[in-house]
Each structure stands twice: as structure tokens, then as C-alpha cells.
Design a protein around this ligand. Sequence first.
Ligand code: NAI
Length: 287
Amino acid sequence: MSGVQGRVVVVTGAGGGLGRAYALLLARSGASVVVNDLGGARDGSGAGHSMADAVVAEIRALGGNAVANYDSVTTARGAAAIVGTAIEEFGALHGVVNNAGILRDAAFHKMADEQWDAVLEVHLAGGYHVTREAWPHFREQGFGRVVMATSTSGLYGNFGQSNYGTAKNALVGLVNTLALEGAKYNIRVNAVAPMAATRMTEDVAPAELLEKLAPEHIAPVVGHLLTEECEDSGTVLVAGGGQVHRVQLFQSKGVTFDDVPTLQQVADRWKDITSMDGAVPGTNPVG
Ligand code: NAI
């Protein structure tokens, strides 16, 4: 199979914004798509069917295959229903795009437990539950592709987004281990940090910048990660406005102390420890 032709893909949060662009590109490219969306507001409040239904109607009008699902990604039961929709409607599942997301920004000193929990529930628990539910199908068929939506807010930090950034970077941790565990079953797991004009970003960037950041720019990158041809796993990409970059953690050359160092010895070598001259990609020394 080449590209995503004939593949069945779940896109969570596909009732608008980036998820809608992913679903449309996948369907146009021959995939059958489960358009999942809870249908709530940007902060996760509310629910409804109209968002997912509208995207399914758009896809069908183009002659594509799509079915709606309205469950929340936040529970195992919701995830089972989402994956179940793919199996019942299309007879298989080959790829998952964990795209559903909400925002509840607050400076850390004002962060309420409820804001923290709600954001981690959708992004992190959501990414976990849907992938966990899809995983046995992927292992059994010896093929699976997972794309996590991460964020530069998680990779680099962003004021007011400690909850969101934590969840988004935690998904990269999940990617790292799933890439290892999925390798022998031909399951590839990667992450994309998008930059796009959607309801999530409408008030965080100037209009002139947002004009250049159509969600459609990111869809082919996500689409490529869902193909059999793409064998990469454990990679993190940043994409937006026509630019696509890979992001990777590097480790400095550092220093080796022969004995337990004193405070002063650490201070004396601090520049050598932290200098990134000659740094190499980091790896797990006990992995
Ligand atoms: P969006 O708000 O348009 O899309 C998110 C979708 O997820 C919405 O349609 C919403 O109804 C759905 N959703 C929320 N909670 C859900 C739940 N519990 N179950 C199922 N669906 C749920 O925002 P956008 O920008 O399209 O975001 C898509 C993803 O990309 C998110 O994960 C976001 O964090 C991420 N992202 C977006 C960036 C951007 O520049 N727009 C930047 C970095 C990351």
C-alpha cells in the first residue's frame, strides 16, 4: 500500500482547526477517516455533534469515506468507542492522530487544580487512552502509525501554559517509549508540534502572522507519518507556515569526575558541563 490509500485512520478532535485539515487531506488521499470530536468550546466546556458531522459531510461531498464519533478521548470507555467505530465501520485501524486538545491558561501562581487536571486529562490521558486502545490491533496486524500533537509550549515552555506545556511534553515521553516498544511490530510513533491559525491561537498571535499559518500546511506532514513508507519512529517535528523541522535532544560532551566531586569542583567545571560544543544526540544510558 502506498501513501494512505486504503488505510483507516482515527483523527481525534477533527471537528475543526488542524484535525479537520488532517481528516480532509487523509480522505482526499484515499484513507477512511473516523472524525472524532467532542464538539465543545476551546476550554473543553460543552459538547455537541455538529462539528464532527460538518467535517464528515465535507469529506463525503468530496467523495471520501468518513464517519463521525462524538466520544471524549479522556476515558478508556470513550477511547474504546472511538477505536470501535473504526473497526465496526471500516473493519480495521491503521493509524491514530492524537490531536484533540483544549486550553485553560493561567500563570502558575494562579493555576487552579481544575485547570491543571482538565488540560492533562484531554491531552495526556487522551493520547494515552486512544493509543492504548489501538495498540493491540496494531500489534496483531504488524502495522500501526501514531502521531501525537505536541507543542513548542511543551518543548520550550510558554508563559501561562504550565499545564498545557507539561501535557504536551509528556506526550513526547510517551512517543519515546512507544517507538521502542512498537519497533518489532512495525508500529511507528512520532510527534508533530504544529503552528497554525485556529480557534486555539486566534488571540495569541498577530493577524499578519496567522494569515501565513493555514492548518493545511501541516496536514501533509502528519499524513506522511501515517504511511508505510515512513519508517521513522520517535521523531519530533515542528511544522507551520510551510516550514518543517526536526527537533532532537542533544547531550553536551560534559565532564567525568574520577571521584565524587566537591561543590567547588562542580562549580569550577560548570562551563564544561553545560557547553554544547561538540554535543551529540542524547540516548538512554540504561535503555
Ligand atoms: P482546536 O480547538 O481547533 O481543535 C481541538 C479540537 O479538539 C476541537 O475541535 C475540540 O472540540 C476537540 N476536543 C477537545 N476536547 C476533546 C475531547 N475530550 N475529546 C474529543 N475531542 C476533543 O485547536 P487546534 O489548534 O486545531 O489544535 C489541535 C491540536 O494541535 C491540539 O492538540 C493543540 O494542542 C495542538 N497544537 C496546536 C497549535 C496551533 O498552533 N494551533 C500549536 C501547538 C499545538
